[in-house]
Design a protein around this ligand. Structure first.
Ligand SMILES: NC(=O)c1ccc[n+]([C@@H]2O[C@H](COP(=O)([O-])OP(=O)(O)OC[C@H]3O[C@@H](n4cnc5c(N)ncnc54)[C@H](O)[C@@H]3O)[C@@H](O)[C@H]2O)c1
Ligand SMILES: O=C(O)C(=O)C[C@@H](O)[C@H](O)[C@H](O)COP(=O)(O)O
Ligand SMILES: [Zn+2]
Length: 366
């Protein structure tokens, strides 16, 4: 069992990483957020499996638990879903001290988290991630929110959890496509902060894809530590937290530009990191060898590095202008200078960004 502490100016919480801990969820929630009632928001896909274990555990810890199913998929990370969840909480008369427990991937965590941030102006949130992506990234750091047609996560809040409970054993039921998506954010962490993690991912990728238990726990621990460190340095993205957005200005444009239906977030991030790194190479910010190693690793774990079905570059550029990092109308991009280090640039010409989009759409040559 490992615990990563997240200490912020006005709040602190534990990220508990322990195989088999889902059965003890109720007791862990009671320690962090005692009350007689709780809401369990669960991804409908896992409601009858992990959801049942979590609901039993909460009841055994004396929570009167209101279970709300969250529809699966990025298309449902909307204000419409939020409204439905508000109804459940209101009808159950949940109070200010009643925790909302989010069980599922990042889509459940972000949506239920936004509900927790706004219901009664804010109630305790417990993140219980069941995808690799949500374990290593989405469950930590307090970004919650939903998508709109204009862009990803454009409506949201910062609402830090009271507790994060990670049971890596829940990954055993995760489809392989989703495991690969989680690895995209792990590669991102390695590129922005930790060259040694990049080496380790190159070495251990087969153990990871086989879900070797010790390897998975180490993978989650190392990535949570990076995410927590960045968030502790800059909780509300006034500065370095933007580094966690490496690849995301491109990724979010892909997701919105394809109506949130074609690419999963991790896949879009994979494409986005390739585009951003190619731009960095073109602008002389980093060596071509970095791009080569990045593409090789992403492909080795089965993530996309090119896409022929993207919308036109003008549409994607337009979507990039809705990014939350835009300042004074300028697109701000996180670009690598070497493995383990990135910089923020705001002077990449549209033509250079369009060229990076164009290169992404080119068929790779053997
Ligand atoms: N808040 C943040 O800091 C942050 C960080 C990264 C990503 N995100 C957001 O997270 C979302 C992506 O999250 P995701 O990749 O977890 O997607 P997701 O929530 O859609 O989960 C992926 C799929 O796995 C299924 N699933 C979940 N757990 C399972 C399990 N244990 N066994 C079997 N199936 C399971 C789900 O039903 C879904 O089909 C995006 O909306 C992204 O914007 C947020
Ligand atoms: O926590 C952060 O900060 C991140 O940027 C993590 C990202 O992986 C995540 O996708 C996040 O939701 C993107 O942030 P956004 O502010 O661009 O929506
Ligand atoms: Zn992300």
């Amino acid at each position: 069992m490992a615990t990563v502490n997240v200490t912020l100016p006005h709040h602190r919480y534990e990220v508990r990483i322990e195989p088999g801990s889902l059965v003890r969820l109720g007791l862990l929630v009671r320690e962090a957020s005692p009350h007689d009632r709780a809401a369990l928001v669960v991804d409908e896909q896992i409601a009858s499996s992990h959801g049942r274990v979590a609901a039993r555990s909460l009841s055994a810890a004396d929570y009167d638990t209101q279970v709300a199913n969250m529809p699966t998929g990025e298309k449902h990370k909307t204000l419409g879903t939020v409204r439905g969840l508000y109804e459940v909480l209101l009808n159950a008369r949940l109070e200010r001290k009643s925790p909302v427990v989010a069980l599922g991937g990042g889509i459940t965590g972000d949506t239920a988290g936004f509900v927790a941030a706004t219901y009664l102006r804010g109630v305790p949130l417990v993140q219980c991630p069941t995808t690799l992506l949500a374990m290593v990234d989405a469950s930590v750091g307090g970004k919650v929110g939903v998508n709109v047609p204009q862009g990803k996560n454009l409506i949201g809040a910062f609402h830090q959890p009271t507790l994060v409970v990670i049971d890596p054993d829940t990954l055993r039921t995760l489809p392989e496509r989703e495991l690969r998506c989680g690895l995209a954010e792990c590669v991102k962490h390695a590129v922005i902060r930790d060259e040694a993690l990049f080496d380790w991912l190159e070495d251990r990728r087969d153990d990871i894809l086989k879900l070797d238990s010790d390897t998975m726990t180490t993978l989650v621990e190392r990535n949570v530590a990076i995410k927590a460190a960045v968030v502790m340095e800059d909780e509300k993205e006034a500065g370095v937290r933007a580094h966690l957005n490496f690849g995301h200005t491109f990724a979010h444009a892909i997701e919105a530009g394809t109506e949130y239906g074609t690419y999963h977030h991790g896949e879009a991030v994979s494409l986005g990191m390739v585009a951003a790194t190619r731009l960095a190479v073109d602008r002389g910010l980093c060596r071509a060898g970095v791009l080569d190693r990045l593409v090789t690793l992403l492909e080795a774990v089965g993530l996309p590095t090119s896409a022929e079905d993207l919308p036109a570059a003008e549409k994607l550029l337009d979507l990039m202008r809705s990014d939350k990092k835009v300042a004074d109308g300028r697109i701000r991009l996180v670009l690598p200078t070497r493995l383990g280090e990135v910089v923020i640039v705001n002077d990449a010409p549209d033509e250079a960004i369009a060229a990076a989009w164009g290169a992404l759409s080119e068929k790779p040559t053997d």
